[in-house]
Design a protein around this ligand. Structure first.
Ligand SMILES: [Zn+2]
Length: 213
């Protein structure tokens, strides 16, 4: 479970962007113990009947440990928000944000796209930041349902929009490459808050747009 450490910074200048707010977002997970991860990968190779001392596999434990570290470590970012001076009150939707995560049951990737939308309240958000919020929770051992709920809940809490909605469509390697081997099948999950949950017209607009109809 990820916990973000949050610091509010309010610009001290009296410029037009007087009221720009930045939220430095850093994850607070346990640090990866790289040497221990390398040893564990070496042990796994041995347990799988492979010879980690063979020249072909000599560097594999280090590479695997580095790969998992990267996939489980979200990058820090500033969540910059701006006052909604124009009183924009229609849906803001970022479609097809790439998602890659690791399923917590098999430690295999699931990949796809996220559609993230919100109905602005007092503040609007730098659009590229929606992808960073997705990454904040995706770079973790996850299930798709929880990832979806976490992204929506985090935006609801930190942006305080009138509504927020998240749809994730992803293919799970643990379904494609093993077990049922259902290649190409996508799992779709959604989480909605506020008016996107309660107001029928807004809700329908959101789900219609995320379906691309
Ligand atoms: Zn799985």
């Amino acid at each position: 479970m990820s916990i973000a450490k949050l610091e509010h910074e309010i610009s001290g200048s009296h410029s037009r962007h007087d009221d720009r707010r930045r939220l430095r977002v850093v994850h607070h997970r346990e640090r990866v113990n790289l040497p221990a991860a390398e040893r564990a990968v070496r042990d796994l190779l041995l347990a799988l009947g492979r010879d980690p001392s063979s020249p072909h596999l000599a560097d594999t434990p280090r590479r695997v440990a580095m790969s998992f570290t990267e996939m489980l470590t979200p990058r820090e970012f500033d969540l910059t928000t701006f006052p909604n001076d124009e009183h924009y009150d229609e849906l803001v939707l970022a479609k097809s944000i790439p998602v890659q995560s690791l399923c917590e049951h098999h430690m295999l990737p699931f990949t796809g796209v996220a559609h993230v939308g919100y109905l602005p309240g007092e503040r609007i958000l730098g659009l590229s930041k929606l992808a960073r919020v997705v990454e904040l929770f995706a770079r973790d051992l996850q299930v798709q349902e929880r990832l979806t709920v976490q992204v929506a809940g985090w935006l609801q809490e930190h942006l305080a929009p009138k509504g927020v909605g998240v749809v994730i469509e992803a293919e799970h390697m643990c379904m494609s490459l093993r077990g049922v081997q259902a290649r190409g099948s996508r799992t779709i999950t959604s989480s909605v808050h506020g008016l996107l949950r309660e107001d029928a017209r807004s809700r329908q607009e959101f789900f219609t747009l995320t379906r691309g109809i």
